[in-house]
Design a binder for this molecule. Structure first.
Ligand SMILES: NC(=O)c1ccc[n+]([C@@H]2O[C@H](COP(=O)([O-])OP(=O)(O)OC[C@H]3O[C@@H](n4cnc5c(N)ncnc54)[C@H](OP(=O)(O)O)[C@@H]3O)[C@@H](O)[C@H]2O)c1
Length: 293
């Protein structure tokens, strides 16, 4: 019988790429989707994928989704109850007899005193470490795809990349490299990655001006970085709740101060492929950044 892998958050930024990366590996891939209709698109990425509904607020859906699962990719959304959700899924996985959990955490989760985003993740990491279920923890830095998800409108319509990062450099990682790393670990025959923590980064630290230049180069439409004050960035988050905007401002502050610029070679060590550069990302996502003629 083939190994069954459950991917949580399967319709999201990381999950979608992981479903793709797990194709053609001879595994049974189950996509945990918040709604079956939203999950339909995943079948185009991986025709063999099974869809199963998971609503973190309904524990009974976890019980069904985890039945018969050997390995779990555990992703929690950026929500106020992310720690409670993470612990709930770990408990349910242990009860279901899951043999390995690959947990998506965040770079700097163990920094002292660190930032709130890291502390939330560290609490779940520690719960997992003590759960008795074999685990691998992935700690990626900021995603390159954030620019496509959150900045594309201003880039398309104004040719501007607004961020409150000053000259701070960040070692952005392409989500496809996180997915490749997770897929490799989830499909490994050995226990080589058991109870390990991996820091994942892109190949180099980049200033926001360098990101803007790479996107402009890829689209042929110049993009200018606008260094905005923190208060303007907070206002741009509109109706976001305080816990969310406070956590983001804290992340921006440490990035501006240069604390998120460290790089690692882990992606290449695990997958055998160098992580994608910002130029590759900008090229592959250029349609998302191009002004419609
Ligand atoms: N963005 C970054 O730069 C970065 C860097 C490092 C680490 N991280 C970590 O990455 C994680 C986020 O990953 P992502 O960007 O791939 O997330 P995402 O794109 O926001 O996707 C979240 C996924 O979770 C699902 N979901 C939301 N609420 C749910 C619920 N109540 N029950 C079941 N499923 C639910 C969503 O489905 P629906 O859309 O259908 O609700 C979606 O599939 C966070 O833990 C974050 O801390 C992010």
């Amino acid at each position: 019988m083939s190994t069954t892998i459950l991917v949580t958050g399967a319709t999201g930024t990381v999950g979608t790429e992981l479903i793709k990366a797990l194709s053609n590996r001879g595994l049974t891939v189950r996509a945990g989707v918040h709604s079956i209709i939203k999950g339909d698109r995943l079948r185009q990425l991986n025709p063999d994928v099974q869809l199963v509904e998971i609503d973190y607020s309904k524990p009974e859906t976890l019980h069904v989704a985890l039945t018969g699962v050997d390995r779990l990719f555990l992703l929690t959304p950026f929500s106020e109850d992310q720690v409670a959700i993470g612990k709930r899924v770990i408990d349910a996985a242990r009860q279901a007899g899951v043999q390995h959990i690959v947990r998506l955490s965040v770079a700097g989760a163990d920094a002292e005193p660190g930032i709130q985003l890291g502390r939330w993740h560290r609490e779940v990491e520690q719960y997992l470490e003590q759960s008795g279920v074999p685990y691998t923890i992935l700690r990626p830095g900021s995603f390159m795809q954030n620019f496509a998800n959150y900045n594309a409108d201003a880039i398309c319509h104004e040719g501007k990349l607004y961020m409150p990062l000053g000259e701070g450099k960040v070692s952005y990682i392409d989500v496809r490299d996180i997915a490749a790393t997770a897929a490799h670990i989830l499909s490994a025959d050995t226990h080589a990655h058991q109870d390990k923590i991996y820091d994942l980064s892109g190949p180099q630290a980049l200033s926001t001006a360098e990101v803007a230049a790479a996107i402009g180069q890829a689209t042929g439409q110049p993009v200018t970085y606008v260094d905005v004050p923190e208060e303007a960035a907070r206002q741009a988050m509109g109706q976001a709740p305080a816990w969310m905007s406070d956590a983001m401002m804290e992340l921006y502050r440490i990035s501006k101060a240069g604390y998120t610029a460290g790089t690692t070679t882990t992606v290449e060590e695990i997958t055998g492929c160098a992580p994608r550069t910002i130029e590759q990302f900008a090229h592959d996502y250029s349609n998302r950044f191009k002004a419609k003629q």
